[in-house]
Write a protein of this length. Structure first.
Length: 667
């Protein structure tokens, strides 16, 4: 009987087969397939579920001590050039396979309730299965070229999912923005891959790392060129994992259905960049300059995301900027040479952030019953409040997620974030300071989200606030029927609450697998590092850093309780009055969207208009002049075509005389 590792190629293939069947059905028998909503959903859930079972079997083999396994076949060859494809299974891949399939399966169950009344239900499930297949293919890819193929497939699927409601201008624009920004990063990634192949003759991770270092050591390649190639490859993860300054697409991508936010923007697509950097550690590790750049960009990103999240009123966008910030922590770990810590935070963050996004979807789904389907109203926390008594399961799981991401022990976020801060303190103390301050900001803005949404009095029936929000968004009020659906929201159906309850368990417990004195997670990914961690662990070093981290998180929570639960101070108004420039800076998202709009969007349009003028006046002018000359010369020459031999002889004689005179004059 073949082992699970030998059957790992089926993990991306199973969801792909399901997606192809339902997709072909939609193309050929659209009405019939759309009526078969539940059977199609069961088929796709079964495909992803089977992939999840295989993934956990692969993980069990790795836990039992199975080594890495790579199966390759010749895909293309010409002379000495030989390109291989296949699949690779190791501890890092097994963790990612299990994570992606688990989150994908829970999101699909959740989507059965969230998208129940959507006319694109079958299309949505098809996209989910296709996206899951692409991400799983990326995880098991054995080399950079195959990763690039699945990387682009993931980008295509994200475009389809973010723009799923393509009849909404916001969703269509967000999908285009995500696509364009990711193309910028992917162009750098492609250049880097080709450059590394030129320098090393290989697409394999370990081979590139060893050959690149060897080329620099013997002088056949300069250190600067090697660093440049590494940074070009890093542009791909910068865009995919929303690192500054290519992070601008992720908050706008919240225009897609909320299950997409949980799948793409918490656990899979944005995690692909962090995963690729972890895969490329053999390439990056010999070059300290590359590590410093990654760490600095991660630090800027974590602070930027947290600072902007402080002022957000849209529930999903608050969580989106939180995701940007947490991805910055992961990149900081990678830059500090601690990929295990970064991957551990990726895993813990995937569970509690997926739970938070699905919880926000539960809230929005319920709010739509009160305020209608206008996102400006259904997602704005100024119309929420007091939802805990109406939605207890959603409220409890959301609170668990807030405690986990704030870094309060013993929940998952504490162990992974503290490990990153510990590594940063030992490597780059200045960057640790930024991460430390951001930990307090994270606790504050997450509990701000919780209190504004679930505590206090319900504000969903306040028509004055609703009219004000619609007016600010440039939309007309829908009248009484806009708010006549229900007096208050109620708890979501079991398809939506069950995934929340399931995700709450790892959000609380999974961090215990990474305790620094006995890290089972590190033991799986890197036994040597786990042994070193256990050997060098010191309570005298751990307790002060961990205590400081918990203290600043508790300070942030206390400030949020004072401002938004006890309402002793109106913090937003106080900050806006005392520091108007800072408040405007954060509310306008560091003006980065405005800079991009003016520099790139308007700049490219201005350039396009200038090119159009050159085309109209110069290129068209040359073409038209050529045509006129041809027409004029043809009109003139037609009179010489008389058909008389005497006339032609006269022309020849005249030509001979002209040549004689010409040669005589210059001879």
């Amino acid at each position: 009987m073949p082992s699970a590792a030998e059957l790992a190629w089926l993990i991306p293939v199973l969801p792909l087969v399901g997606a192809c069947l339902s997709g072909l059905g939609l193309i050929t028998f659209n009405r019939t397939v759309n009526r078969l909503r539940k059977p199609v959903a069961v088929l796709l859930l079964s495909c992803v579920g089977a992939a999840a079972v295989l993934s956990f079997a692969v993980l069990a083999e790795q836990l039992a001590g199975a080594g890495p396994r790579e199966v390759l076949f010749d895909w293309a060859s010409a002379g000495t050039f030989n390109l291989q494809m296949g699949f690779r299974v190791d501890a890092l891949g097994a963790v990612m396979l299990s994570l992606v399939t688990t989150i994908a399966l829970l999101v699909m169950v959740y989507s059965d309730g969230y998208m129940a009344h959507d006319k694109g239900y079958v299309r949505f499930f098809t996209y989910l299965a296709l996206f899951s297949s692409s991400m799983l293919g990326l995880v098991i890819s054995p080399n950079l070229l195959e990763i690039y193929v699945f990387w682009e497939l993931v980008g295509m699927c994200s475009y389809l999912l973010v723009g799923f409601w393509y009849d909404r201008d916001g969703a269509a624009n967000a999908a285009q923005k995500a696509f364009v920004v990711n193309r910028v990063g992917d162009f750098g990634l492609l250049l880097g891959i080709l450059g590394l192949f030129w320098a090393t003759g290989s697409f394999g991770f370990e081979e590139i790392g060893s050959r690149l270092s060897e080329a620099v050591a013997v002088g056949s390649l300069s250190n600067g060129v090697a660093v440049l190639l590494c940074l070009l490859v890093f542009m791909g993860p910068m865009a995919k994992s929303a690192q500054f300054p290519l992070h601008v697409w992720l908050p706008d991508a919240m225009e897609g259905p909320t299950p997409i936010s949980a799948l793409i923007h918490a656990a899979t697509m944005v995690a692909a960049g962090v995963f690729l950097v972890a895969r490329l550690q053999p390439v990056y590790a010999p070059f300290p300059a590359v590590q410093v750049v990654i760490a600095v960009i991660g630090t800027i990103t974590l602070f930027l995301g947290a600072s902007i999240a402080l002022t957000q009123q849209d529930l999903k966008k608050g969580l989106a900027y939180s995701t940007v910030s947490q991805l910055g922590y992961m990149m900081l770990a990678m830059g500090c040479g601690a990929p295990v810590a970064g991957m551990f935070h990726l895993v813990t963050h995937a569970f509690f952030k997926a739970m938070l996004f699905l919880g926000s979807g539960s809230v929005i789904h319920a709010m739509e019953e009160v305020v209608g389907h206008e996102p400006v109203l259904a997602q704005d926390m100024r119309l929420m409040g007091g939802l805990r008594k109406h939605m207890p399961i959603t409220a409890i799981t959301f609170l668990i997620g807030c405690i986990a991401i704030a870094g309060i022990p013993p929940l998952a976020g504490f162990w992974s974030k503290d490990e990153i801060l510990g590594q940063a303190f030992a490597t780059y103390p200045l960057l640790w300071g930024m991460g430390f301050v951001t930990a307090g900001m994270t606790a504050f803005y997450m509990f701000r989200l919780y209190f504004l949404t679930f505590e206090g009095e319900f504000r969903g029936n306040d028509r004055a606030i609703a009219a004000q929000l619609l007016s600010a968004a440039g939309k007309a009020s829908g009248g009484d029927d806009q708010h006549a659906h229900a007096d208050h929201p109620h708890e979501s159906a079991w398809q939506m609450t069950l995934p929340l309850a399931v995700l709450a368990v790892p959000s609380v417990l999974i961090g215990l697998l990474g305790t620094p004195w006995n890290s089972r997670f590190a033991g799986l990914l890197d036994p040597h590092e786990a042994a070193e961690m256990a050997e060098h662990f010191s309570w005298g070093e751990f307790l002060p850093l961990a205590g400081a981290s918990v203290a600043i998180s508790l300070t942030g929570i206390a400030l949020a309780v004072t401002a938004y639960a006890l309402r002793r101070i109106d913090l937003g108004q106080a900050v806006a009055a005392r520091f108007p420039a800072v408040n405007a800076f954060l509310a306008n998202k560091w003006y980065l969207d405005a800079i991009n709009e003016r520099l790139f969007v308007q700049g490219s349009r201005r350039l396009a208009r200038q090119v159009l003028e050159v085309d109209a006046k110069v290129v068209d002018g040359v073409v038209n002049l050529t045509g006129l000359l041809t027409l004029g010369s043809g009109e003139g020459l037609k009179y010489f075509e008389t058909g008389r031999a005497q006339f032609y002889a006269l022309i020849v004689f005249g030509g001979v005389i002209a040549l004689v005179v010409l040669f005589g004059a210059f001879g």
